[in-house]
Write a protein that binds this ligand. Structure first.
Ligand code: AOF
Ligand code: ZN
Length: 383
């Protein structure tokens, strides 16, 4: 096995592939944001000869980008890919075929591709061609990174991230005051970054009526990375002069409403550039949350970032639909007239809903803690 002794470890190369894969995360549409590194032996030592990641819009795939950079140096090389190379003739020819044609000798993969068009066939094609295939390296980390794609593919609904900002006394705002600042500018900047990495942002009609938000990414140079804005509006209450509606030609807005929503209201929304999606509603006239999420997955949404108010956040949490939670903590108590969103301490509410703590960050004076629902992670393995 002298041939495969590297001057850097397989772990390091897969870690690099994972970080490269993050580059276009949130901009690869329904496609997973995959990363690929190709290493080859040159003059007695191993070098990185190709790096690639799934490009904006989802194509070309990561392997093709890395192979193009490696050129003839791919012959006899090792390719590290975060996801099983595809085996299907989709919008592009199979990556497994491209790796074979390039003469790659060894492929190291972190995660199998659950897409029914691939599902093991990528590995099979490579092995049949005599390529050494190793799987499962850094699988848990890649699993976490690809949770959006895995969620849509395995569960048929997007990976749902929810963000809420709490004052030290557990309030999310002040009664009757729209857009009450609970946290500072650093927290806002982080939220823009989180929006950018999602395929869509979710709010309810109440948030539109009270706050009239734009929900775009307002970071210098990154303005064009704003994701699709999705509004749940079962009772067709969003006004035509809401900022989400008036800006729909610049940044897509999807309005999800009940089957019974008035035809003329839907037509008027579409005439203003919004996409209207009708889904089934509950007896109270709210959009059925699971049906809405399934409809979004059917339209290629992998990851959705919810910035909802108290009622919708609670409904999503109680419905077991939130997978990841971003809990911001400000420093100024709100006191009287404060808006309560969750029963009891937010951390305790999350723990009893099956969430586990993941990370903690300081953002100026504020804090951000992230949590993941353990059942959500398990559910992405399928079968
Ligand atoms: C890879 N490398 O970088 C990505 C892959 O519609 P297509 O033809 O682009 O195929 C989409 C499917 O390809 C997608 O569902 C997933 O299974 C895989 N994505 N595969 O080999 C990549 N992004
Ligand atoms: Zn591919």
């Amino acid at each position: 096995m002298e041939y495969f002794s590297l001057s850097f470890s397989d772990d390091q190369m897969m870690d690099l592939a994972l970080r490269l894969g993050r580059r276009c995360a949130g901009a690869t549409a329904e496609n997973p944001a995959v990363g690929c590194v190709i290493t080859a032996s040159r003059e007695g030592s191993w070098e990185i000869v190709g790096r690639g990641w799934t490009q904006k819009g989802g194509r070309p795939h990561a392997e093709r980008v890395a192979l193009a950079e490696a050129g003839p140096l791919a012959r006899g090389a090792t390719a590290y890919v975060t996801l099983e190379p595809c085996s299907h003739h989709g919008k592009s020819p199979p990556c497994a075929e491209a790796l074979i044609e390039a003469g790659v000798a060894r492929v190291v993969c972190a995660h199998a591709d659950p897409d029914s068009r691939v599902a093991g066939r990528g590995f099979e094609m490579l092995r049949k061609a005599g390529i050494v295939v190793e799987t499962g390296l850094l699988e848990a980390r890649v699993h976490r990174h690809l949770s959006g794609f895995l969620s849509r593919t395995v569960r048929g609904r997007p990976w749902l991230q929810a963000k809420m900002a709490f004052s030290p006394d557990g309030m999310i705002g002040k009664m009757g005051v729209g857009n009450y600042p609970v946290t500072g500018p650093e927290a806002k900047a982080r939220t823009y970054g989180l929006r950018m990495k999602a395929d869509a942002i979710l709010v309810g009609a109440d948030t539109v009526l009270i706050d009239d938000p734009t929900l775009t990414v307002r970071l210098p140079g990154l303005e064009d990375t704003s994701p699709i804005r999705v509004v749940l509006d079962g009772r067709a209450r969003v006004p035509f002069d809401a900022q989400l509606v008036t800006s729909a030609s610049a940044v897509p807005t999807w309005v999800m409403t009940a089957m019974s929503a008035p035809e003329d209201w839907c037509n008027a929304m579409e005439a203003r550039g919004c996409t209207v999606l009708r889904v089934k509603a509950t007896a109270a006239g709210h959009v059925d949350l699971l049906a809405a999420l399934e409809a979004l997955a059917a339209r290629g949404i992998n990851t959705i970032f919810a910035e909802c108010g108290a009622a919708l956040s609670r409904a999503l949490l109680e419905g077991g639909l939130i997978d990841e939670f971003f809990l911001y903590r400000g420093t100024t108590p709100i006191g009287v007239d404060g808006l309560v969103a969750l029963t009891g301490e937010p951390e305790a509410a999350l723990a009893s809903a099956g969430f586990i703590f993941e990370t903690s960050h300081r953002l100026g004076q504020d804090k951000l803690k992230t949590f993941v629902r353990s059942a959500s992670l398990k559910s992405l393995y399928g079968g």
